[in-house]
Write a protein that binds this ligand. Structure first.
Ligand code: ADP
Length: 496
């Protein structure tokens, strides 16, 4: 490494681990460090993280990535942050000490609060202002829970002694001392008016949340302060910040209206760029801020498949039909089709466009001739069918056509899945050369602010494909398969 070369450091704070990646100007990974941390399950359905552990693992990962890159901290030109979204932290303004563990996005403890707010008729208003559903997933009702359950919290908040933030805010506070967030993270709190770009005073009143605890909302490519000198021995500017899914959309260079990405992890997260228009969904999709580069918001439609790679995990760990996830591809390729088997893995209900929390999984069309290979193939195909349902709903909601899908995430390593996705969508599926698109997105946001990269055109030029999967399936076959899938979903939903 040249002593005078400079790099961008991305901090990727995820749900199960903190990662840090050093990128060079070509968007290539130079150093990486990942540190897992503890999941805390106080009761069934509740999930917490220790905020200090989040910070400590993230800091150690940053130091580790700089070490791995064999560079000096002074060669880091800027830091970009991307993070697990919605997870809620409240800390004392004077001591920096959290008042409670972080309440994680997966945590369902505020279900009854959501029910009460629905019964009071607040859902429609909240939905139209925030683009979200009234669900425990989002930060707002987690915060309401804290105010209800932690004695004295409201008084401290009203005195101006407390700070609320999602994980980005918590990290930035520890890095630079500033109490800030960006519009993409704010748009996941249930408290942010995505049309007006400010905290919604009426919603704050509905939820009885004191405005004094809220961070300042900045652009995603902005000045978030300089790191404290004791952390890296020099002051590094923090100039990028976005929630993980939005950062991935940016890292894939999905800059045009209709440009879409799907991340194939435990679940799938699909986002479609809808440009300057926030599209209200008729199919239970979410409307969210994709990014803010200081020139007005770019919006996205978002949907998720709850059980995607998780169905492969289930076959591996519970059903024991796979020794590892990669074996699923070998098995799927052993048969020419599923032999009529369709699997609908509604293990935790069905997400958008169906939104049926009570549905449970089913496997249909099984015969005496059904083999393990048919079964596994049906499981993989279910990931593609569910993703297609989301993407078609996005096209219907936005009126924009999706030209192709950019893919990432652990299960995107499955080429059978990628090809089947292209076939069933009748659109190309494209894998990027750099798989770390989430961290890359945060790096780009940071680098654009300081002129490390000159423009979005440069980011787009930097984006390189690893492989294209072109649709090859005959139209007739596709129609027949889609009809069977639709029928299987219908039957599954009847069984409750
Ligand atoms: P997350 O970030 O959601 O934890 P990852 O992006 O690391 O997930 O992806 C892990 C998921 O991908 C697991 O559910 C695993 O079963 C699935 N997976 C990994 N490799 C493959 C493969 N070759 N084929 C199918 N699924 C896979």
């Amino acid at each position: 490494m040249q002593q005078n070369d400079t790099y961008i450091l991305a901090l990727d704070q995820g749900t199960t681990s903190s990662r840090a990646i050093v990128f060079n100007q070509n968007g290539i990974v130079i150093g990486i460090k990942q540190i897992p941390f503890n999941q805390i399950y106080p009761k069934p359905g509740w999930v917490e993280h220790d905020p200090f552990e989040i910070w400590q693992t993230q800091y150690d990962a940053a130091v580790g990535a700089i070490d791995a890159a064999q560079i000096m901290p002074s060669q880091i030109a800027a830091i970009g942050i991307t993070n697990q979204r919605e997870t809620t932290v409240v800390w004392d303004k004077h001591t920096g000490k959290p008042v409670h563990n972080a309440i994680v996005w997966q945590c369902r403890r505020s279900s009854s609060i959501c029910q009460e707010l629905k019964a009071m008729g607040f859902e429609k208003e909240i939905r139209s202002r925030t683009g979200l559903l009234l669900d425990p997933y989002f930060s707002g009702t987690k915060l309401v829970w804290m105010f209800k359950e932690i004695p004295g919290l409201r008084e401290r908040a009203e005195r101006g002694d407390l700070m609320f933030g999602t994980v980005d805010s918590w990290l930035i506070y520890n890095l630079t001392g500033k109490h800030v967030t960006d519009a993409t993270n704010a748009s996941r709190t249930l408290l942010f008016n995505i049309h007006e770009g400010r905290w919604d005073q009426d919603i704050l009143k509905m939820l009885k949340i004191p405005a004094a605890i809220l961070p300042e909302v900045k652009a995603s490519s902005d000045d978030f302060g300089y790191t404290r000198k004791d952390l890296f021995g020099c002051e590094i500017p923090v100039t990028g910040c976005a929630g993980d899914q939005q950062a991935a959309l940016f890292g894939h260079a999905c800059f045009e209206v209709g440009a879409s990405k799907n991340t194939y992890g435990t679940g799938c997260f699909a986002l479609m760029n809808t440009g300057a228009t926030p599209v209200e969904s008729k199919h239970n999709l979410l409307t969210t801020v994709a990014w803010d580069l200081g020139k007005g918001y770019t919006y996205a439609l978002e949907g998720s498949v709850f059980i995607a790679g998780a169905v492969i995990q289930w076959l591996r760990d519970e059903m024991r039909v796979l020794s590892d996830s990669a074996e699923s591809e070998r098995l799927a390729r052993m048969v020419k089709d599923t032999g009529g088997v369709v699997m609908v893995p509604a293990f935790v209900g069905m997400g958008a466009p169906y939104w049926d929390p009570e549905a449970r999984g089913a496997t249909l069309g099984v015969t005496r001739g059904t083999t393990k290979a048919h079964f596994v193939r049906a499981a993989i195909e279910s990931i593609a069918y569910q993703s297609r349902d989301l993407l078609v709903a996005m096209e219907r909601d936005s009126g924009a056509a999706i030209p192709f899908i950019k893919a990432d995430g652990g299960a995107s390593a499955n080429s059978f899945l990628m090809q089947f996705q292209a076939d069933i969508l009748d659109k190309p599926v494209i894998l990027p050369e750099v798989g770390e698109v989430t961290a890359l997105g945060a790096a780009y946001l940071a680098g654009l602010k300081i002129g490390y990269w000159s423009s979005m055109e440069e980011v787009e030029r930097n984006w390189r494909r690893k492989r294209d999967f072109m649709p090859e399936m005959a139209g007739e076959t596709r129609s027949r398969l889609l009809e069977r899938w639709a029928k299987a979903v219908e039957v599954t939903r009847l069984f409750k």
